[in-house]
Design a binder for this molecule. Sequence first.
Ligand code: NDP
Length: 483
Amino acid sequence: DSADIGVTGMAVMGSNLARNLARHGYKVAIHNRSVAKTEAVIAEHGSEGAFFPSESIADFVASLKAPRVAIIMVKAGGPTDAVIEELAEHMEPGDIIVDGGNALYTDTRRREAALKERGLNFVGMGVSGGEEGALNGPSIMPGGSPEAWERLSPILRDIAAKADEDGEPCTTYVGADGAGHFVKMVHNGIEYADMQVISEAYDMMSKALGMSAAEIGDRFAQWNEGDLESFLIDVTATVLKHVDARTGKPFVDIILDRAAQKGTGAWTVQTALDLGVPVTGIAEATFARFVSGDIAQREAAQKTLQAHTADEQITDPEQFIDDLQKALYASKLVAYAQGFEEIAKGAEVYGWDIDLGAMARIWRAGCIIRAKFLDRITEAYERDANLTLLLADPYFAEAINDCVPAWRRVVAFAAANGFPVPVFASSLSYYDAIRAERLPAALVQAQRDYFGAHTYQRVDAEGSYHVEWTRDRSETRTDGGEG
Ligand code: NDP
């Protein structure tokens, strides 16, 4: 008797994914570099289903039914390469190696190309939802060959989260080679922005209105009933209402204000820079974590940099809280829209045929950014699969228009009174830039032409031009055309 599928890497994610598979009736081969973790899974959860434990990769592969499917759930980077190599040595053409870790999509592209040469299928599979998701249903973003998806699809559909609205599994074929890990990366980047905008609203309620953590938690719980309904808002409400057992203080108040990161936000931003996509919300959210973490710089600034604030009092707290909700929603719309622009650009550059609406659909359950409003994104791409700008979709445009006055009040108040709101403010600037009839980019082009002869185009004529700045300042056409 042999196993239907295997999982190697029995830390939290791998063991939970293996249990999820077993609970759905699959015979699951399991393996871990150190045997103790495999034994622990059998000891604690062996009764949940049919597990086939192995101590070596050779035995692990031998226990799989052909064509074999082995999922890797180990530390990303070098460890993943090492495990792939070992698996590949024992596998046969047509077998499928799946990397469920948080790999950088360029690594996935490289691995896929190398394994294809050896006749093996390689699937880079983004898995979101943390350990809870892995066990009870994550959102799964697989990229690789369509044939590999064909084989994996029934299994992944079984173990994926199911959307509340229609019971649809939160997985679909994303695209070739690194597409799945690319989409997972952007998902994480959006997650950074979403967490930051929530935190900015919290910060203003706390500092500008003097509300307690519990009071703010109640507001988030209320907001979770409306357009903002999402896992992250729900988590926020719960965390803010939690009291520290040791001190009796609000839990959030006893936590050091330094945000850590494991790098997927930075990857999203680095990739966006390479692709030329302005993901300002994700970038500011990532930078905000860096700012919070540099204690020496913060101390130096606290000693020397003055506030010069207006010290305004908020006269209508209810109105202000309402404004914050709108500022949060508008900034969130911008951050998500920018993330989708990055996916669209990645798809274009790497030749992936990504169904953008489907990406929003498979994030509706299981993953960290699951939210009611993702349906709106799906609907927008259903209305127009080749949307030039997600924010210009009628729903998004109306939703954001409705928020703009409140959004401006919040950002203006924050600026006048010294509250940092990097994502609220930069998202509003992005909004104003993208809708501006004319941008100061004209001046930038003039400067570039002055010092670097980089040329410019005219509003009133075809072609590229250059001014002889240091000579007679005459204009010449540089693209060979007439004029
Ligand atoms: P870790 O990232 O902490 O990795 C630990 C696992 O990797 C152990 O099984 C360990 O084996 C194995 N490992 C490390 N180095 C090697 C090596 N050189 N050769 C073989 N095996 C090795 O585990 P997680 O469960 O947290 O995450 C697994 C993957 O899933 C990661 O890529 C992570 O980024 C990704 N992920 C994690 C999420 C989370 O919420 N934690 C969410 C989504 C994705 P040993 O026991 O022998 O040390």
